[in-house]
Every structure is written in structure tokens, then in C-alpha cells.
Design a protein around this ligand. Structure first.
Ligand code: NAP
Length: 483
């Protein structure tokens, strides 16, 4: 199967933070791959901006380096790279200064899509938004793309929303959560809403529970001091795991339209029960063969920040009242593995003599590695010897479904092109982000008020024992990460 590439209108994309890590690792390589796919018009331009005093040629050299380091060998082609970098230029600008804005105004065209990507610290979002407006560079149909973290609690998220709202309308703001750009995550919506099979069963009557896991093998490494001010709850649960939960739990919107979809996600967040202290487990990794302990990585021996968190979350609405959602995410875990498991209930009565090898159905949506979806179904074990049952996966690994010839596009490729198309469906709305913080804040404040310490866990494990107990006490088990 060959994927279709639909060209977008011409654009000027101004990339603030063009000399930073995210620009090099994700944004510029993603733009290159879209260019190579023929999606970027020949007169579209990428205008890099940051404080560093670079020339156009210096910037083009850094774009080449980023492509060399972060694009697969199969996609590197000298003529294409030459053509791509010819569409890149650079203007030195300090978000808080006065220099460079006149040059930027001259550089951006008014008759094409104008997008401004803030790949910079959130502390300067407001300065950039304000100067883009006051210098007459951005207009009513320009678009702003902002990166995470979008605040560290409700108060700071509100302040950020207000600082952007002072210059731009909500319809112009694209808050990135790159999980939403993943093929599988979008496929979760396709599976739910484009098939008659699942939706009738998608409720507390037939679903026993849902597990959402985002496990990483890396530690906090070089980001230690930043991470220590954040932790797994702020860094992962409030945004990425929350979005996965919303897409799994939401009602079908009556159209696949940005605001209708986001209205449904918002209703889910507002239906989340407060989390009791006994329903959440925090952890911190110990020193191990893979590297130093969290405390050493963060250079804070007394740190109480969690590198792991697991929670049992209830949703108070008709669809989910008695179906818990279990979320867990952590660093230095056994495997790099992210998935949503929708665990169905067992059949109400079995006509077969169960020999212990069959299991209740489970739909697994794998985000990484091997993006894909599989459905565990019970069948008869082949061959003579009676009616023995076995459980097998109906597996749809996307790489196989695409014939193994094409790389699955990076989430950033999809999301950046959606910005150019003016499609906000896969971006978080301001009220959604605030509602997510309003649910998260009391959990974090509870830890701080009680002085809770995270439980230590071994590197290469599934997290602290207490996280396993969170499910055991409900007679359930996490999917195995160590097997
Ligand atoms: P970074 O490597 O520190 O880069 C920051 C960029 O901002 C640099 O290009 C820097 O260039 C520019 N900058 C800093 N102060 C500026 C100012 N006053 N005016 C104009 N430009 C300024 O950070 P990053 O890792 O790329 O992250 C950028 C944003 O994305 C952050 O909000 C981060 O939280 C978020 N994010 C990053 C990742 C990631 O994997 N890196 C993932 C998700 C989200 P100059 O020093 O030349 O000005």
C-alpha cells in the first residue's frame, strides 16, 4: 500500500529556536522528509530564528548536519538536501530584544500561509507573541505552534494561555502533543469510529479495564536538573497519557472536526474522579547496570521527584463508571514500550472445558515500538485431540501493512503539515490543557503536603513492587514488560 501525499499551500514557517535540540532532532528532519515526499511547495520557506549570530549559510550548514544525524540513510539524497536547504534562511532575533524584527517583517510574505513555531522555553512565548503582533508581522490568519511543557500547574498554564490570547485568537494556536501525531493514536479513532465492531462493546458492560503504559529505558541523563523540577506526573501523565486516555474514553463526536473532537476530550477530563492517595504509586530508579540512580542523575540526593508513576483512574460517566483506567509511565524500565490495552471481560458462560490457555479478548494499540494494533481472540487449537482452546493475536503491524517499504512518518511530519493546512484536530485546546492541570494539581499538591517519598525500583524492571500491587489488589495484572 502506498501512502498518498496531498500537497499543501505555500507557506513561510518561522522557526524560533532554530539552533536548538528539538529543531535539529525533530522539526527540521520532519520538514525535510515532507519536502522529499513532494509535499512542500517549491517556493515555501523555512526562516530560522534565534539569538545566535548566524548567516544563512551557517544555518544551512546546521540544517544539513541535522539531516545527516537524524534522517535515515535511505532518505538521504544529495540533490534533495541541496534543494531543501536552499529554501531555508536565518534571521538573528532575541525574543526579548528589538533587533531583527524589521528584517523578519520584510522576509515573511503576506500572500501565503504564515506559521510561527515557538521551539523555545515557554517563558518567552509571551514576548514572541507580543512582538510578532506589535511589529505587524503576524496577522489574524497567522498560526502559532507552541511546544510542551504548557505550564507546570493550572496557574502557570493559565498565565501562558493569557499571554498568547493577548495577541492571538484560540483558532490560531496549535499546542503540540506529539503523541497525537502518531499513526496508531489516530488509528485508535479510526478503529473505534469507522468500524461497527467495537463501539457497541466499548463500555463498562464489556470492558473490564484499560491499561495505558509509556515505558522508557533511558534515564533522565543530561536533562536531570530540568526533570527534577517536573517529574513523571507533569512531564508525561498530564499531557501524553491524558490524551491517550481521552481518545480511548471519549464519546464519538458527530463529525471529525477540531472543536467537536476536543469538546469530547474535555468532557472526559472533566469526568475524571479525583485520585485517592492509595490509588497512586510513585517511584525513583536506583543505581544499576544501565547507569547511576535518579538522585545521582538529577544531582539532587534528597530529590522526591518521581521518575515513575502508576495510577488507578476512575471516570464518572455512564460509559465508564465501573471500568478503571490504569496508567503507568517511567524511565529506566525493562523495555521501551508504549501501548493501550483494552481488556474485555470474559464470556459470561463457557460451553467449553477451559484448559487455562484461553484468555478474555484484549485489543492492544501499540505506539512504540512496531506501531500497530492487535486483537487477542480465542480459537480452537489446530489438530485432533478434542476442543482445546488457545488465544492468538489478529495482528496489524503498520510496517507490514504498508508492505514494509515505507517508513511510518514521524508524528512531527503530520503535525507540522496540519498546521500549514490549518487543521487543529490533533492539537490541544487551551481549556483542555487547563482542565488537565486542574485534575493533576491536587495529586501533586497532596504529595508535597504529605512529604511523600517515591518508592525505589530496580533499573530494567517494571517499576516499584507497589505498582504491581495496585492491580493485584483488584485481581488484575499489568501487561508484562520484562518477559
Ligand atoms: P534548546 O536546545 O535549549 O533550544 C532553545 C532554543 O531557543 C535555541 O535555539 C536558542 O537559541 C533559542 N533561544 C533561547 N533564548 C532565546 C531568546 N531570548 N530569543 C530567541 N531565541 C532564544 O531547547 P530544545 O530542547 O530545542 O526545546 C525547545 C522547546 O521545546 C522547549 O520548550 C522544550 O521544553 C520543548 N521540547 C523539547 C523537546 C526535546 O526533545 N528537545 C521535546 C519536547 C518539547 P539561541 O541560544 O541561539 O538564542
Amino acid at each position: 500500500m502506498v501512502s498518498r501525499t496531498i500537497p499543501v499551500d505555500s507557506f513561510d514557517l518561522v522557526l524560533f529556536g532554530a539552533t536548538g535540540d528539538l529543531a535539529a532532532r525533530k522539526i527540521l528532519p520532519s520538514l525535510y522528509r515532507r519536502f522529499q515526499a513532494g509535499q512542500m511547495p517549491g517556493d515555501a520557506r523555512i526562516i530560522g530564528a534565534a539569538r545566535s549570530d548566524l548567516t544563512d549559510d551557517d544555518f544551512r550548514t546546521s540544517v544539513r548536519k541535522a539531516i545527516d544525524a537524524f534522517v535515515s540513510e535511505a532518505k538521504k539524497d544529495k540533490a534533495t538536501i541541496d534543494a531543501f536547504v536552499a529554501q531555508c534562511c536565518y534571521i538573528p532575533i532575541d525574543a526579548k530584544g528589538t533587533g531583527g524584527w524589521k528584517e523578519l517583517k520584510k522576509a515573511v510574505r503576506d500572500d501565503v500561509v504564515k506559521a510561527f513555531y515557538f521551539s523555545v522555553a515557554p517563558a518567552i512565548f509571551g514576548d514572541l507573541a507580543d512582538r510578532l503582533r506589535s511589529n505587524g508581522i503576524a496577522c489574524d490568519n497567522s498560526r502559532l505552534v507552541v511546544e510542551k511543557p504548557f505550564g507546570t500547574d493550572l496557574e502557570t498554564a493559565r498565565a501562558l494561555n493569557d499571554s498568547l490570547a493577548a495577541s492571538f485568537d484560540e483558532t490560531q494556536i496549535y499546542r503540540i502533543d506529539h503523541f497525537l501525531g502518531k499513526e496508531t493514536v489516530q488509528n485508535l479513532m479510526a478503529v473505534r469510529f469507522a468500524n461497527v465492531l467495537f463501539e457497541p462493546l466499548w463500555n463498562e458492560r464489556y470492558i473490564d479495564h484499560v491499561q495505558i503504559t509509556v515505558a522508557e529505558t533511558v534515564g533522565v541523563g543530561g536533562r536531570g536538573s530540568y526533570y527534577d523540577t517536573s517529574g513523571a506526573m507533569r512531564d508525561m501523565v498530564q499531557n501524553h497519557l491524558m490524551q491517550l486516555l481521552c481518545l480511548t474514553a471519549m464519546e464519538p463526536p458527530n463529525q471529525f472536526d477540531p472543536d467537536r473532537l476536543r469538546d469530547e476530550k474535555l468532557k472526559v477530563i472533566r469526568s475524571l474522579d479525583p485520585v485517592e492517595p492509595g490509588d497512586v504509586v510513585r517511584g525513583q530508579y536506583k543505581a544499576g547496570s544501565e547507569g547511576p540512580s535518579y538522585a545521582e542523575d538529577s544531582e539532587n540526593p534528597d530529590s522526591r521527584t518521581e521518575s515513575f508513576v502508576a495510577l488507578k483512574v476512575g471516570i464518572s460517566n455512564w460509559r465508564w463508571k465501573h471500568t478503571p483506567f490504569y496508567l503507568r509511565t517511567g524511565k529506566r524500565m525493562a523495555r521501551r514500550h508504549s501501548e493501550i490495552v483494552v481488556q474485555f471481560k470474559d464470556t459470561p458462560h463457557s460451553i467449553f472445558d477451559r484448559d487455562g490457555t484461553s484468555k478474555a479478548n484484549a485489543l492492544t494499540i501499540r505506539l512504540q515500538p512496531d506501531e500497530g494494533i492487535d486483537l487477542a481472540v480465542t480459537i480452537k487449537e489446530p489438530g485432533p485431540g478434542g476442543m482445546r482452546l488457545t488465544t492468538v493475536p489478529l495482528d496489524m503491524t503498520f510496517a507490514d501493512a504498508l508492505g514494509g517499504e515505507e517508513e511510518i512518518p514521524d508524528a512531527y511530519e503530520r503535525l507540522i503539515m496540519d498546521v500549514i493546512r490549518g487543521n487543529q484536530t490533533l492539537f490541544m485546546r487551551g481549556d483542555e490543557v487547563e482542565a488537565a492541570w486542574a485534575w493533576t494539581d491536587p495529586i501533586i499538591q497532596g504529595w508535597e503536603a504529605r512529604g511523600d517519598k517515591p518508592n525505589l525500583y530496580a533499573q530494567g524492571s517494571s517499576g516499584p513492587e507497589e505498582a504491581l500491587a495496585l492491580l493485584h489488589r483488584d485481581h488484575r495484572r499489568w501487561r508484562d514488560l520484562e518477559g
